[in-house]
Ligand binder design. Structure first.
Ligand SMILES: [Zn+2]
Length: 64
């Protein structure tokens, strides 16, 4: 008999949160470049504007 000495619901919850975080990080958002004011798709973190090639940092407040 195997003895499951871990909390399965806690593990599942953690996995779900991790997946949600990963999904958010992979998502892209339409942002307006603060330098050239053109829209482009950015993801969480540092992006390079395809129009003016400047670094645009996208910081999303993620509190899961
Ligand atoms: Zn730009």
């Amino acid at each position: 008999m195997s003895n499951f000495d871990f909390d399965l619901s806690a593990l599942l919850k953690e996995t779900a949160l991790e997946e949600a975080r990963e999904a958010l990080e992979e998502d892209t958002y339409d942002v307006e470049c603060p330098y050239c004011n053109k829209e482009f798709e950015a993801h969480q973190g540092k992006n390079i504007c395809p129009h003016c090639k400047k670094i645009v940092e996208l910081n999303l407040e993620i509190n899961l």
